[in-house]
Design a protein around this ligand. Structure first.
Ligand code: ANZ
Length: 812
């Protein structure tokens, strides 16, 4: 008998698949399409570790499953190669990013090939390739023409070490750079932004209908952070101008006893008197250095300074003090608030600290003991509005303010416009030319791409260049150009685009990756969009929001068929090291997948093992024992099949039982596959193999051909190489990839009953009669639904343990 030798069969099948372009999907087919991929990697120097392979094991199992269900499946792959990580890696190794990126890609590609992923390589893309970034630039110009890309001077987070501007989400751990952990500072600079706020409502509206994990949908909602309220003008005592505040509780206006300006507020330094000037300026200088997270932390002691000026509460007519305090943020609302200490906790803490008056204006319920009641109730101390319910008064007060010219209703968003420009080398140059006559002019399509020049020295050096521009500013020949409108001497924009721009449309480029005339042909996007399943395991809130934003814009441009780009999103857990910690080079606990494969386990065992570890959305730990166990399982599949092939098929095993077992397994595995419950599908296959070994003692018969062919088909999504080999060995001429997923027939599943005892806290409370093929979930549900069991469930069950075929034990 032939021995199982993955080292021999895996490269053989990988070659067949590559030579025959087996996984190349046509752009038209009478089959329904299925577009699946994972969030594309940035090709780092470290390569992928076994944890990264988890993602591809998931995507590939699903891709192979869908293929055999009869879908036209594409599983494309590409490289997110522009951006800081690649550039920093190149700087660290003292080499050109173009060169190191190329090497890293080759390494990643080899790894993915060795794991047997059924990738449609005809669609491979690389965001740092001019053929690709030409279109990233083109999209920029389209956004620019639509007023969705603009430049403005803004205080930006600046990392003094990486010498680049950072977006809010790249400032972490209370004011540190996400890449190098240096303390970041604020610096005023002219920056490019995409106007994502124009799409805030549209993006919010579509969230409920998305087939995405709730956790991620909530994160998107919070990021957008829609607040309904009002802008209210407070006249400044002794001046002609006003302070506009944003409040979500205009109904509490009679309780507004002070005004607070953010340190960044343009009036903060102006409303001072000779006595307060020095203190206010010193306070502001300190405050603007702090991070927003630090400033808005709930339990931080409130700090602030009185400006010396007063404002008039438009409702009560009372004079109130104007303060500057860092708990009010410059970039949110209007950067000014009305302080209502009786009903807002932050204002309450502030009033306590500085002995400011507190006026209750919403009646609190009798049982409320909070110092500061922030709920709804009947208005008190509120002039003619006294006696109204606060929720009704909200509208009435805004209507009154509007009538009197003191304010209007207003919707505000937490989300800011997307800061896109980077002062770094390794990115797509922003396709703009600055003309002394015409200002910022988009580079015409015929002149795209604006090639990133090759430069010997690409290290950022903020010091020789006080404005903190990218190294492109040093390439004088490149910078100097002519205006596309008037032909006069002009200068190129020297900022590059944030890597998020490249990754915001790659899913569409996969639909038409070689198009030299267009970013993609709308007809191809019509066929493939939206993506049916998108798999990721990172905190991808920003990425997912940007992908959605661009797709909404493309929808408005009639370039894509749907507003939303991603139908189903799957979020997977991490495979951690054997020690339970995250795999990381610095901890020395990284498992190299190629080493595992080369050690003789093979890719099939590696993939199957990773999916067997647990539910895909949970974290699990690597286990060297575990992989040995899974290897044994695959070996048993091999041996059983080879023994059957070598046998005379004249045995006496029970054909009916064999068929029943097979059909029950198809049913269970198919159901699990649809639910992406790969670990239970693999467990069912192991169980099936155990049962087959028992039956085998009576000797093989011809009917085993079907049973083993089915086994091989069901194993294929997890262990495609051994499956392909055994499929051929079983005498099938056609490729396993094109074979139809097996169907079960309920009539063929023998339903003798088994009795399951149900215990509650150790006492027998029921006996269930169930089919031996019944799934665990159904048996548990039946146990919990039993009338007598329910009577003894005094509380929510703490634990429900199922011992297969015997017992359900409920602990309350
Ligand atoms: C008066 C008031 C009374 C408020 C009350 C709340 C409760 P969200 O839900 O986050 O939008 N606010 C407005 N602008 C601010 C800024 N730049 N920095 C810090 N706080 C700011 O919260 C809106 C509320 O947060 C606004 O409503 C304002 O306080 C405060 F019983 O106004 B409120």
């Amino acid at each position: 008998m032939k021995r199982y030798n993955p080292t021999e069969i895996e490269p053989k099948w990988q070659k067949v698949w590559a030579d025959e372009h087996r996984y190349q999907a046509p752009d038209a087919s009478d089959k329904p399409k299925y577009y699946i991929t994972s969030m594309f990697p940035y090709p780092s120097g470290a390569g992928m570790h076994a944890g990264h392979f988890f993602e591809h094991s998931i995507v590939d199992a699903e891709a192979r499953f869908r293929r055999s269900l009869g879908f036209n499946v594409t599983y494309p792959m590409g490289w997110d190669s522009f951006g800081l990580p690649a550039e920093n890696y190149a700087i660290k190794t003292g080499r050109q990013p173009a060169e190191t990126t190329k090497e890293n890609i080759a390494n990643f590609k080899n790894q993915l090939t060795r794991v047997g992923a059924s990738i449609d390589w005809s669609r491979e893309i690389n965001t740092a390739n001019p053929e690709y970034y030409k279109w990233t630039q083109w999209i920029f110009t389209q956004l620019f023409e639509r007023g969705l890309a603009y430049q403005k001077e803004a205080n930006q987070w600046w990392c003094p070490k990486d010498k680049t501007v950072l977006a809010n989400e790249q400032v972490v751990n209370g004011g540190h750079c996400w890449r190098c952990d240096s303390l970041v500072i604020k610096k005023p600079m002219k920056q490019w932004f995409f106007k994502i706020t124009d799409y805030a409502d549209a993006l919010l509206e579509e969230i409920p209908a998305l087939d995405w994990p709730q956790k991620i949908k909530t994160a998107q909602e919070n990021w957008i952070g829609r607040s309904e309220g009002a802008e209210i003008n407070y006249a400044i005592d002794g001046r002609d101008d006003v302070i506009t505040v944003f409040s979500t509780r205009p109904d509490t206006i009679f309780g507004a006893t002070f005004i607070v300006l953010a340190p960044e507020h343009p009036l903060a330094r102006e409303l001072v008197s000779d006595e307060t000037r020095e203190m206010v300026n010193a306070y502001i200088d300190e405050a603007i250095k702090k991070s927003e997270i630090e400033r808005s932390s709930e339990n931080k002691d409130k700090t602030g300074v009185f400006t010396g000026s007063h404002a008039i509460n438009p409702a009560s007519g009372e004079k109130v003090q104007i303060w500057v305090a860092d708990y009010v943020l410059g970039g949110y609302g209007t950067g000014a608030v009305m302080g209502v200490p009786a009903h807002d906790e932050r204002d309450f803490a502030f009033a306590e600290a500085f002995k400011l008056p507190v006026i209750e204006v919403v009646e609190r319920p009798d049982n409320s003991s909070e110092e500061c009641y922030h709920g709804e109730g009947t208005l008190i101390n509120s002039g003619s509005f006294t006696g109204q319910a606060s929720s009704d008064a909200r509208e009435a007060i805004v209507a009154w303010l509007e009538q009197e010219g003191h304010g209007h209703s207003k919707v505000t968003y937490k989300m800011r416009d997307w800061l896109i420009s980077r002062q770094r080398y390794w990115g797509a140059p922003i396709p703009i030319i600055h003309c002394p006559e015409h200002g910022a002019v988009a580079v015409p399509e015929k002149d795209l791409p604006v090639l990133l020049p090759e430069v010997a020295d690409f290290e950022p050096r903020g010091d020789d260049n006080s404005e903190g521009k990218s190294v492109l500013a040093r390439q004088e020949d490149w910078v100097s150009t002519t205006c596309p409108d008037c032909g006069r001497q002009a200068k190129r924009e020297t900022d590059t685009m944030d890597g998020y721009a490249c990754s915001s449309w790659y899913l569409l480029r996969y639909t038409d990756p070689r198009n030299a005339e267009q970013a993609w042909a709308p007809a191809k996007a019509d066929y493939w969009s939206p993506i049916d399943m998108y798999v990721g395991g990172d905190h991808a809130v920003a990425h997912l929001l940007y992908v959605r934003f661009w797709n909404h814009v493309f929808f408005d441009m009639k370039l894509v068929p749907t507003k939303e780009p991603v139908k189903k999103l799957v979020y997977h857990g991490l495979i951690q090291a054997e020690d339970g910690r995250k795999m990381s080079k610095s901890l020395g606990n990284v498992v190299d997948p190629l080493e595992v494969i080369d050690a003789g386990y093979g890719a099939d065992a590696l993939r199957t093992f990773e999916l067997f570890l647990g539910p895909i959305n949970e974290n699990s730990n690597w286990s060297s024992k575990g992989i040995a166990g899974v290897y044994r399982f695959i070996n048993r599949v091999w041996t059983l099949t080879q023994e059957y092939i070598d046998s005379n098929k004249q045995g006496l095993s029970d054909a009916r039982k064999l068929e029943s077992l097979t059909h029950a397994t198809i049913k269970k595995v198919t159901d699990d596959m649809y639910r992406l419950s790969f670990n239970t599908a693999i467990a069912a296959l192991m169980e099936y193999v155990n049962e087959l070994y028992k039956l085998k003692t009576d000797g093989f018969i011809e009917e085993w051909q079907d049973a083993l062919s089915t086994l091989v088909q069901l194993v294929q999504p997890f262990a495609p190489h051994v499956a392909a080999e055994l499929w051929q060995a079983l005498g099938h001429d056609s490729a396993l990839d094109t074979a139809k997923w097996p169907m079960w027939d309920d009539a063929k599943i023998v339903t003798d009953v088994m009795t399951i005892v149900v215990q509650v806290n150790g006492k027998v409370r029921a006996k269930l009669e169930v089919s031996p093929n019944e799934t665990e979930g159904v048996i548990r549900d039946q146990a919990l639904a039993d009338e007598n069991v329910k009577r003894h469930l005094t509380d929510e069950p703490k634990k429900v343990i199922y011992i297969a075929g015997k017992l359900v034990s409920i602990v309350v």
